[in-house]
Design a protein. Structure first.
Lengths: 179, 206
């Protein structure tokens, strides 16, 4: 298990440099003006960030207020007996629930965990992994099915929740192995 | 959704805080959080520009296109009843590829188009069953829709770019340390989704 984790950490260090190398090399081989392409894409990326700034202000304020009021601590305190039974950190409960409804609100809560407990703490690592391997189940389902005018969604919710549960479990286990 | 969530977070925080005598802290938190959102966006602007810039190269050099071709056997495996030349196939592929490469804004429009195309497929099936499938009744999700959404929600992602940006903003020693564990976790949830869909998909005629 320890070797596996070491391998995963090693792989983490390689992923970004390798990806840059691969993409740029492919671009050059395809005789593309890679620098111009890059700058054009970077401009789009910048615009995306500017677009999300207002939502981020709104959500970080809401989470900040909730944290300062002591409500989040109160919530994880009352949930502790339940979550301890399944070895789930109660501090992550608000994040896990909100994650299924709204990506941006979940981002606010994940940032709150980074601030409160540190990015490289067990909770910080678990939150980082969790954000990448779960989706907004209810939001996505309502938007997509609304588009197709579907009311009876059959086994979609069961499957989506199963995938989410596996993702959450994997995050907790992997974060535990990293610490 | 966010409407109520956002409103509830603020109201709950202020009312609970008032009872706990923490209104001054709440004032500070509100102002500081707003400031913080801006400095966070400055970090994110750099990381996102880098990533989207790279992805633009990947797109223009045909890398994304060849990835699209390479996952076709997987699409056929997951959607056995989907005719080869149906336009839903193209949208589903685009959606999956965009999700994998962290291009969320490209994923959603393609995903919604895929749902519309799958709805059209049901209409076509009503006229003459395609791929050995009968049409699902009006207002009921077809098997392809269920599979597509479950796959989408299991959210296979190569690199969670935003998370890396957030981690570096909040002082992580090694922001990228979570990349491979994230990949392992996302593969696990995607595998669960694939197995679930294959089990549910077997032996039903609509």
């Amino acid at each position: 298990m320890k070797e596996l984790m070491q391998f995963l950490l090693y792989l983490s260090d390689l992923l970004v440099p390798f990806l840059i190398l691969y993409v740029v090399a492919q671009g050059l081989l395809a005789r593309r003006p890679v620098y111009d392409d890059f700058v054009k894409g970077a401009r789009d990326g910048l615009q995306t960030v500017i677009r999300i700034l207002p939502t981020l202000v709104g959500l970080m304020v809401a989470v900040g207020v909730l944290r300062a009021s002591g409500f989040l601590d109160f919530l994880s305190y009352i949930l502790k007996p339940v979550t301890e039974m399944v070895h789930f950190p109660s501090e992550l409960v608000p994040l896990t629930i909100v994650r299924m409804f709204s990506a941006s609100a979940a981002t606010g809560l994940a940032l709150d965990i980074f601030k409160e407990y540190g990015t490289d703490s067990y909770l910080g690592l678990a939150a980082s992994i969790l954000m990448g391997c779960t989706e907004t189940v209810f939001y996505t389902m309502s938007i997509y099915f609304m588009t197709a005018k579907v009311k009876r969604t059959r086994y979609t919710l069961a499957g989506a929740l199963l995938a989410t549960l596996v993702g959450i479990t994997a995050s907790i286990v992997l974060a535990g192995m990293m610490k | 959704m966010l409407n109520y969530l956002w409103g509830a977070m603020l109201l709950l925080g202020i009312i609970y805080g008032a009872f706990q005598g923490r209104l001054p802290e709440i004032t500070t938190a509100a102002i500081d959080s707003a400031k913080e959102a801006v400095s966070l966006c400055i970090t994110m602007a750099g990381v996102m520009s880098l990533w989207v810039g790279l992805m633009e190269i990947a797109q223009k050099s045909g890398l994304i296109g060849s990835a699209t071709k390479r996952i076709q056997p997987f699409i056929t495996f997951m959607f056995p009843g989907l005719p080869r030349d149906h336009k839903a196939r193209e949208y589903i592929t685009t959606n999956i590829i965009a999700n994998v490469f962290g291009l969320g804004w490209a994923a959603t429009p393609a995903g919604l188009k895929a749902m519309e195309a799958l709805k059209d497929l049901e209409k076509e099936r009503k006229r003459h069953p395609a791929g050995g499938r009968k049409a699902a009744p009006d207002g009921t999700a077809s098997r392809e829709m269920c599979t597509f959404l479950i796959l989408n929600i299991s959210s296979l992602q190569l690199i969670p770019v935003n998370i890396i940006a957030y981690r570096s903003q909040y002082g992580s020693v090694n922001p990228a340390a979570v990349l491979a564990p994230s990949l392992a976790a996302t593969l696990a949830s995607a595998a669960a989704a694939v197995i679930f869909c294959k089990i549910m998909d077997g032996g039903k005629s609509i």
